[in-house]
Design a binder for this molecule. Sequence first.
Ligand SMILES: Cc1c2[nH]c(c1CCC(=O)O)Cc1[nH]c(c(CCC(=O)O)c1C)Cc1[nH]c(c(CCC(=O)O)c1C)Cc1[nH]c(c(C)c1CCC(=O)O)C2
Length: 348
Amino acid sequence: MGQDASLFMQALSGARTPRAPLWLMRQAGRYLPEYRATRAHAGSFLDLCYNPALAAEVTMQPIRRFGFDAAILFSDILVVPHALGQNVWFAEGEGPRLDPVTDHSRLSRLDHPGNLGRLDPVLETVARVRAQLVEETGGQTALIGFCGAPWTVASYMIAGKGTPDQAPIRLIAYQDPDFLQAMIDLLVEASTNYLIAQIDAGAQAVQIFESFGGALPPALFQRWCHDPVTRIVQNVKSQRPHVRVIVFARGVGQNLTLFGKVAEVDGLGLDWGVDVNWAAQAVQPMKTVQGNLDPLALMAGGEALAEGVRCILDALSNGPHIFNLGHGIQPTTPVAHVEELVRLVRSA
Ligand SMILES: Cc1c2[nH]c(c1CCC(=O)O)Cc1[nH]c(c(CCC(=O)O)c1C)Cc1[nH]c(c(CCC(=O)O)c1C)Cc1[nH]c(c(C)c1CCC(=O)O)C2
């Protein structure tokens, strides 16, 4: 079966599909009891990311349970700085921690972006998942690879942890733009190589997560978000023209239309703050749109969920659309609400 046989790939190619394909950001995660069970005997979170058998297993868990239309590689955006030699770890219950890189001398001690050998196990996971998807779904379920956008990844590399408003990187963008440009350039090159390696291992589409694009003031958006993401997309597409690319730039509002003008972008993610009626007018004529259910409407369930789904389908069903959340699923979301979501989207 060709790769465009899947509903997800058809929608991403710009087709209006008989029903909206469905997957969820963070669909493999702590809300699933089988994930928690695998996680409990895998060691640390990074150990799980670098264990191809277990990482493939958790990638497949939500596919087997819900029959989603796409699987997303189980890994993390911070494996890229880790592969470049930065110390990265996940403090239990606290999130990611890194030894901060805040100046040229520390940056120069990182590895060359062509040396991503540490990510070989992740590529092995991609190959295993693709083989399992072909075997178990006949290729009906597509495989998505991913990386973080340079600004988002650099915000962790500089602060050494998640920060509510990304103040450390914003300050450096003003005080030492040459340093930040060098870090961003390194990430553009590493991310390009990493995505191409995922595609060669079996990923049919890739998504770039710009989780903190909304932290940029308008005057800085072009340089630190739009340019680096566009460079990655164009680099990847020029070398692997058959792949499909989704950009999920959270919180960027009307700047979504700037990505809409980039010919090589196939799909645009909509966070839950985007007005879907605006998106139907301003974004969907240019690109396939994906999103934007509030993860808390899914957690709440009931009428909030039904109304949220209806509102999205009413606005976006007339063009190419992939159903998803506006951000990752929350760990305390009841599994029954996800079952209900699948039923609502499939029966619409
Ligand atoms: C900013 C960011 C990160 N990671 C990611 C982003 C961008 C998207 C976003 O904005 O959410 C992306 C990511 N992280 C993970 C995936 C896997 C694929 C998927 O199922 O979507 C993806 C695509 C698994 C994960 N990444 C992480 C978990 C939870 C780890 C655990 O099992 O303990 C998972 C399933 C850990 C992680 N990783 C990161 C944080 C801040 C945390 C801690 C927060 C938390 O605990 O939920 C960095």
